[in-house]
Design a protein around this ligand. Structure first.
Ligand SMILES: CSC[C@@H](O)[C@@H](O)C(=O)COP(=O)(O)O
Length: 351
């Protein structure tokens, strides 16, 4: 049975509360946009693609049973709610791009005189529901493309390392970087996977480790600070991470700690891949210096499971993401192939 972070059917949305994992598997209802915003902000759901899907589905839940007097009223509700939703977490671009698509669709339906109010609503609901299907298809393609690239000219099982959580819990299913690892495993060519703890919020230890154990993959947990020692002592074939926002030049914002992994990978000549769907690529931003980095509450750093671990009174800096410069990235594994960072912008334009 595959792990399901998001359960949706006909206007009913539930998410697996990721703050309770791995101790407890509990689905909570998302009854509308306010619930969606809160679940995303509190990180009950997280991971760039899952954030976008839950955000947009919370809008669907919001409008599903409501009656609108006019198409304009529906349009205003959609625009207002999406503007609010994108304020939940600022770094991942997926929700913003998905919101832009929904707004553009609403705009064109509003202008189309052959479509009535109910028709407009149903079209919008249908297009958001499609996101779940499309995300899994993209992840499968990313998995295949990544496995092909990693296994090219290689006839022995691979040792791979990943950071944060990019699996079924971070997406509609299967995963991006973890999807690549799953694809390598499906070809019986996975020797071992190392997952980092991912301080401060431990998505690696809590969530990726949970997925790896669930799938019975050969895996070992390391702290973030052990990676240099690991690469020095063990032949790791590649590091694969996800992305929250890839700028036009290939600079990539991802979970804090990604940048230091890329630096260490370069020192040890280990290929460093980013696995990300096109929904994580933001060509409107030229380079990584312009990506807004979310800062999270200091409790995520000072406490673990509600227990204070840091000395009271100490100041904290808690950026949730960092930016890895394009020159440290071997390739960006997308649903449309593995691209060099420099090829990215052109490929997006060809869409
Ligand atoms: C496919 S998920 C890609 C990224 O969103 C992931 O690597 C990541 O950084 C998640 O951060 P999080 O703060 O847990 O939402």
């Amino acid at each position: 049975m595959t792990l399901e972070a998001i359960k949706y059917k006909a206007g009913q949305l539930q998410i697996l509360d990721q703050l309770l994992l791995p101790a407890e598997s509990k689905y909570i209802p998302v009854a509308g946009v306010k619930d969606g915003w809160n679940a995303i902000y509190k990180m009950q759901v997280r991971g760039a693609p899952a954030i976008a899907i839950v955000g947009c589905l919370s809008l669907v839940v919001e409008i599903y049973d409501k009656q609108y007097d006019t198409k304009d009223a529906l349009q205003s509700e959609i625009v207002e709610q999406l503007q609010y939703l994108v304020t939940s977490r600022p770094t991942a671009v997926n929700l913003k791009l998905a919101a832009d698509d929904v707004k553009a669709l609403a705009e064109s339906l509003l202008a189309n005189e052959t479509v009535n109010g109910e028709g407009m609503k149903q079209e919008i609901i249908k297009s958001v529901e499609q996101m779940l299907v499309k995300d899994i298809e993209d992840n499968r393609a990313i998995g295949d493309n990544g496995a092909n690239a990693l296994l090219k000219g290689v006839d022995r099982p691979l040792k791979l390392l990943t950071h944060c959580n990019t699996g079924s819990l971070a997406t509609a299913g299967y995963g991006t970087a973890l999807g690549v690892i799953r694809s390598v495993n499906e070809r019986n060519l996975l020797d071992h996977v190392y997952c980092t703890e991912t301080r401060p919020y431990n998505q690696g230890a809590r969530l990726t480790a949970y997925e790896l154990v669930h799938d019975k993959l050969p895996a070992t947990l390391v702290t973030d600070s052990m990676v240099a020692a690991l690469l020095n002592s063990t032949k790791v074939d590649a590091i694969i991470v996800g992305a929250d926002r890839v700028a036009a030049n290939g600079d990539t914002a991802n979970k804090i700690g990604t940048y230091q992994l890329a630096v260490v990978a370069k020192h040890h000549a280990v290929p460093f891949y980013v696995a990300a769907p096109f929904t994580s690529i933001d060509v409107a931003i030229q380079d990584g210096s312009r990506i807004k980095i979310e800062e999270r509450p200091e409790q995520e750093l000072t406490h673990i499971g509600g227990q204070r671990i840091a000395a009271p009174g100490i100041g904290c800096w808690n950026p949730a993401f960092d930016v890895t410069p394009a020159e440290l990235i071997t390739g960006i594994i997308t649903e449309r192939g593995v691209l060099k960072p420099s090829e990215l912008a052109e490929k997006v334009r060809q869409k």
